[in-house]
Design a protein around this ligand. Structure first.
Ligand SMILES: Cc1cc2nc3c(=O)[nH]c(=O)nc-3n(C[C@H](O)[C@H](O)[C@H](O)COP(=O)(O)OP(=O)(O)OC[C@H]3O[C@@H](n4cnc5c(N)ncnc54)[C@H](O)[C@@H]3O)c2cc1C
Length: 353
């Protein structure tokens, strides 16, 4: 039985015919909701858990590398007013800022509503959504904006043992970890942040494919970002230009420039990036995430639009706040979705009403 079918034991429906349903209420979903609501369209945002659920998968005190002024959605944001444009917010502050934004502008959102499938065509989509109690809810919409991010499934390295319970793919709930041998795989900020957090009370091996210069450079940026210019990685051995080739039986086999070594670990963090929900996007788009660069409309399925990290992993800056950051890439993208929807729907909407 498919996921879409298994969701439908106690069927309910919302009889409103929405102009647009926005799926996913992270920063991008919220920004798009605000823009479309301001246009007078009949809009609904659905979010599978709480607002900004994906950001909640990370350490709440992790500092964002961007200035708040690039990510904030409300120019009158309280944290922005208190801390200024060049403040680097912690994840929990950004979540607070986005939650305040949703409340302040009374954005129409159903939390604990997860998109499972979409049937139909442009102007006449039927969405199957599962609510927090597992019941299926039907929604209809003329257009659907997909803002589900890119953090659903961890990237894997294709090595034996990587799906064992001792291998974690997200870094959260770490405060209790001490006196462990912890293996980190992956040369990005997530690993660096995790190691800074864990190294004082644990023994760490960090395996990266990068050169030692690249790691030094990244660590410098990372230390600066944490406001810890003198932070040192204690209890940590770094193997650069190396890769793990097996994780079986809590033993890592690492291929290094000097030959293979083995290292016994209690806990492993494999932090090599994430990707969108493959099953969902096989159902919705045949796995094809290509979209029109001007309008965001899916090349595979007209009437569906892809925005935010789902569309471009690097599309980090959001910004409805062009007065704060006029050179912000996000502002231009928000303008494009506004004009795409204006051309497509505003006339229809005026005719209907
Ligand atoms: C640790 C970390 C640090 C970062 N640092 C920075 C930074 O410094 N600067 C910067 O600009 N960016 C940074 N980013 C990236 C930034 O957070 C993302 O680019 C941004 O959050 C993407 O926003 P989004 O709305 O596209 O996706 P997300 O924030 O991922 O939101 C997607 C939402 O969709 C929901 N969703 C998913 N599937 C479904 C479904 N089927 N049904 C309903 N809802 C669904 C999710 O629950 C989630 O709430 C960082 C990200 C992380 C994880």
């Amino acid at each position: 039985m498919s996921e879409a079918q298994s969701a439908s034991s106690d069927d309910r429906s919302d009889t409103t015919r929405y102009d647009v349903v926005v799926v996913g209420c992270g920063g991008w979903g919220l920004a798009v909701l605000k823009v479309l609501t301001d246009m007078g369209l009949r809009v609904l945002g659905i979010e599978r858990k709480e607002i900004c659920h994906n950001l909640r998968n990370y350490m709440k005190n992790m500092m964002m590398h961007s200035f708040l002024s690039y990510m904030v959605l409300d120019p009158e944001d309280a944290i922005l007013a208190r801390e200024g444009n060049e403040y680097h917010p912690r994840i929990e502050e950004l979540i607070q800022s986005y939650s305040d934004f949703a409340v302040k502008f009374d954005l129409p959102i159903k939390t604990h509503h997860q998109l499972v499938d979409i049937e139909g065509v442009k102007d006449d989509f039927a969405l199957t959504v599962r609510d927090g109690e597992g019941r299926a809810v039907r929604l209809t919409a003329k257009r659907v904006v997909l803002a589900t991010g890119s953090y659903d499934e961890p990237n894997l390295a294709g090595i034996p043992g990587e799906l064992n319970g001792s291998v974690q793919h997200y870094f959260h709930e770490w405060e209790h970890i001490s006196d462990q041998r912890v293996l980190f795989i992956g040369g990005g900020f997530s690993s660096a942040d995790g190691i800074v957090a864990l190294c004082p009370r644990n023994t760490i091996l960090w395996v990266v494919r990068k050169s030692s210069e690249a790691v030094e450079n990244m660590l410098h940026l990372q230390k600066t970002k944490w406001g810890q210019h003198d932070a040192r990685l204690v209890n940590t051995e770094i193997l650069t230009e190396s890769r793990v080739i097996s994780l079986e039986n809590n033993t890592a086999v690492v291929q290094t420039p000097d030959g293979n070594i083995t290292w016994n670990y209690d806990l492993c963090y494999m932090l090599i990036g994430h990707r969108p929900d493959q099953d969902l996007y096989t159902r919705l788009l045949n796995g094809n995430l290509e979209f029109d660069e001007e309008t965001f409309e899916s090349c595979q399925r007209p009437g569906l639009y892809l925005v935010g990290a789902l569309a471009k992993k690097h599309l980090e800056h959001i910004g409805l706040t062009q007065n704060l950051c006029p050179d912000n890439e996000g502002v231009r993208y928000i303008e494009r979705i506004r004009s795409a929807m204006q051309q497509e729907l505003r006339c229809n909407y005026q005719k209907i009403n």
